[in-house]
Ligand binder design. Structure first.
Ligand code: ASP
Length: 311
């Protein structure tokens, strides 16, 4: 057993000059710090990485500052429709849900898919039936829908377009992707990753992004790394970015910071991708990269102090 644990969490990437709509930098700092320290406590007590990423992501989902769980963006019907996935680096076990509604913590439903079903991914109506079978907590629409999201949705509807979280209609390049995620390395040396999102504003036709797609928005393998992504989902799906970062480590023995950088360079070179990733490698080293002007994330490397980036 090693003495070290590491933890990373993120609250989305983008142009964060416009985050005031949801909260101040101080609000994000407090939220990130509180969640990282709760994760640290669990890791210090010997909790498995899988439990810790589920716990941290469920706290991020409960916080309306982010585009996941409560505070998710609205789809074309003005509803919240969420996606989430979780992966265990020990045995590559994975669980994922897409197009679900009214589930308080989508990441815990994804964990149940991993644990209790013989499948990896459940969607829509079937996923809701599975949730009912296991008595998963459901809440009414008004728990999820917050004032600032209604305004954002009305702007997108008026402009007749699909928007990314906090894309500014007047200034096209200003975008914020408020998806959340966590990666952890526990005292036993196991890695895990989790990602959860409301997707993009005014999304249509049952659109699903990268967040619940294993290998695109989330990946974990004890031999390489744990990855959680945020950004323009279609671009992460087309580049299978989380798995690509794992492959960089597998084939080139890169450390987490270099692998994160290589992944973002590939995303930009291939599809001019916009977004970011958090990565912990099999030695517990932390790395992050983003092609957007900013990204909200925090980390604890090898049991040290917690650090943040909020712009
Ligand atoms: N990746 C998410 C999606 O495309 C959006 C985000 O990161 O905010 O659904």
């Amino acid at each position: 057993m090693s003495n070290h644990y590491s933890l990373m969490i993120h609250g989305g990437a983008g142009a964060l000059q416009h985050i005031q709509a949801e909260g101040s930098e101080e609000d994000f700092a407090q939220s990130m710090y509180g969640i990282l320290e709760q994760g640290r406590l669990k890791l210090q007590q010997g909790a498995p990485a899988l439990d810790v990423v589920e716990h941290c992501v469920s706290l991020l989902e409960d916080d309306p500052l982010y585009n996941a769980g409560r505070g998710s963006v609205l789809n074309e019907y003005g509803e919240v429709e969420m996606d989430a996935a979780i992966m265990d680096g020990q045995d590559l076990a994975a669980g994922s849900v897409a197009g679900i509604k009214n589930i308080k913590n989508p990441i815990s439903l994804a964990r149940l898919v991993l644990k209790k079903s013989e499948h990896v991914m459940l969607i829509g109506h079937g996923a809701m039936e599975f949730a009912e079978l296991w008595g998963v907590e459901c809440l009414p629409d008004d728990y999820f829908i917050i004032e600032s999201r209604i305004k954002q949705f009305q702007e997108a509807e008026k402009a007749g377009k699909m928007m990314l979280d906090h894309e500014d209609i007047e200034q096209e390049p200003q975008r914020k992707f408020g998806t959340v995620g966590a990666t952890a390395f526990d005292l036993e040396g196991n890695l895990a990753a989790a990602t959860s999102t409301g997707g993009i504003v005014n999304k249509r036709w049952g659109r699903v992004g990268d967040s619940p797609i294993i290998g695109a928005g989330v990946f974990a393998d004890n031999d390489t790394c744990a990855v959680s992504a945020t950004g323009y989902g279609e671009q992460f799906m087309r580049t299978v970015l989380a798995k690509m970062i794992s492959d960089c480590i597998h084939f080139q023995s890169l450390a987490a910071p270099q692998a994160a950088q290589a992944g973002i360079e590939y995303l930009v070179a291939k599809v001019k991708g916009l977004g970011g990733v958090i990565v912990i490698d099999a030695k517990g080293r932390c790395g992050a990269g983003h092609s957007t002007s900013g990204m909200i994330y925090g980390w604890i490397e090898h049991g040290g102090e917690s650090h943040f980036q909020l712009t």
